[in-house]
Design a binder for this molecule. Sequence first.
Ligand code: ATP
Ligand code: HMH
Ligand code: MG
Length: 488
Amino acid sequence: MKLTRSQLAVYVITPPTYPTGQELADQVEQSLKGGATIIQLRRKGSIIDPKDSTKTITITPELMREEALLIQALCKQYNVPFLIDDNVQLAADIKADGVHIGQDDMPIAEARKILGDDVIIGLTANKLDDAIRAYEEGADYVGSGAVFATGTKNDATPLSHKAFETICRSIPIPVVAIGGITESNMDQLDTTGLAGFAIISDIFNDADIETKTSRIAQKANRMVLPHTALTIAGSDSSGGAGIQADLKTMMAHHVYGMSAITALTAQNTTGVTSIFNTTPQFLGEQLDAVFTDIRPDAVKIGMLSTKELIQVVAEKLRQYDAKPVVLDPVMVATSGARLIDENALDALVNDLLPLATVITPNIPEAEILSRESIKTAADMEHAAKTIFDTYGCTILLKGGHTINDANDLVYDANGIHWITGQRIQNPNTHGTGCTLSSAIASNLAKGYPLLESIERAKRYISLTLSAMLDLGQGSGPLEHGVKIKNEL
Ligand SMILES: Nc1ncnc2c1ncn2[C@@H]1O[C@H](COP(=O)(O)OP(=O)(O)OP(=O)(O)O)[C@@H](O)[C@H]1O
Ligand SMILES: Cc1ncc(CO)c(N)n1
Ligand SMILES: [Mg+2]
C-alpha cells in the first residue's frame, strides 16, 4: 500500500495498559468509526490485566499475533492502513500495511529487505539529523516528539515548537507529531507543516471513543489537509475588491485559491471607470478547467453583470454539483457604481439563488431583493425574513455601510441571529463585502459549520479594518495579510 499524506491525519496508536483481544478491537473500531485515518498496534512488555489491576498479562507472540489479525481485519473493513510497532517479522508474516520502528530497532534497509517496497515504513526521529537520515534511508514518514509532556513516555522531554516545525519543513516526507497530544492542545501545532497527530491516551481514556475521535478528526483535518476554494468574480485593477481581494483572503486563511474571472474592471479607490465582461463561453471554459482538475471545497460568487454570465455559472455549478456556495449578490460598488444589468437581476434570483448555501447582500441589495426599505435594525430583520421566506437560502444581511454600527444579521431556518461587531473608525472600506464572503468560503472550505464560518469571517474583517491601512485617494483597501490565529 502506498501511503498518502492525508492518511496520517488522525494516527491512532493502541494504548499500552489496556484491554486485550476483542475488547481492544472494539475500542479500535470505535476510533475508526470516529474517523481514525491510520492505526498502529503498539504493545510493549506486559500490560495490566483489565480484570485484576494488581496483575499483569505478558504479551506473548501468540497474543500479539491474535490481536494483530483482529485489528488488521477491522482496518481492512474501514479502508485504513494498519501498522505494527517494532515487530517487522510479524508485519511481514501477516502482511500488515506497514511498520513503525524506532532509532534502536532494525535499520530501515534491513526492514525494507524483509518487507519489500510496497510496505509503509515509519521511523521515530526526535532530532533533525535523525529525521533527515530517515528520509535519506527511505522511510515513508517520520514520527517526531514529544511535542508535549506525555504520560505514556515519562522520560520524553518535549521538543520546542520551533524544533518540531524545523523537522517538518526540512524533509519532503510527512511528519506526524507524537507525545502528549490532546484535543485541546493540538491547535498549537497548526502551521508547523505537520501531516498528522498521533494520539493514544486522549482517545482511549475517553468514555466515548467514537465521539472523541471525531472531534479530534475534525480539528486534525482542518489543520493538515489542503483546502481549496474558487472565486467566480470580477477583477479589480486596484487590488482591493473582486478577484484580487478574494485570493488574498483565501491565502490569509491558508486556503488554496482559484479563480474564474467574470469581468475586468478599470477601478481604483475612487471608483469604477470601465467594465469589460468576459464572454459566457469563456467563463464556462474557465469553470470546466477548474472543476475537472482541482475540485474546490467551497465556491464564492461575486460580480456577475449579465443574464448570460449568470446562466452559465448556474449551469456549471449544477453540472459539477458545486457546494457550499457563498453568493455575494454584488449589485452596487461601495463607490455607488452599478455593477449589474437590470435584466440580470431576474436570472440572479431565479437561477443562482436556489444554488446558494448563503447569500450576503448589503442593505441596498437586500432592499432590492426584499422590495422593502431598510432604515433600522427592525427593518433588517423584516427584510431578511422576507428574503428567506421567498428564496429559502440562509441570508447574511450586512449592516456595514448604511446603518451606523457594524452588526450583521443572519437569518436561517432557526430564525434571527445577530452577529455583533465593533464599528471601526476607518474610512477605508473598499472591498469589505468581497473580503467577507471570501472569508466565509475559506472557513467553509476548511470544514467549519456555516454559522461559525460567518462569525470567524466577521472577526477577520474587523482585524483587516483595524490594521488601518491607508492607500489611495478614495475609500482604500483592507489589510488582507493580517495574521489569523486558529482561535480567531
Ligand atoms: N467601519 C466598519 N467597522 C467594522 N465593520 C465594518 C465596517 N464597515 C463594514 N464593516 C463590516 O464589513 C462587512 C461587509 O459589509 P458591507 O456592508 O461593507 O458590505 P458591502 O457593502 O457588500 O461591501 P463592498 O463595498 O465590498 O461591496 C460586514 O461584516 C460589515 O459589518
Ligand atoms: C470587481 C469588483 N467586484 C465587486 C466589487 C464590490 O465592491 C467591486 N468593487 N469590484
Ligand atoms: Mg458588496
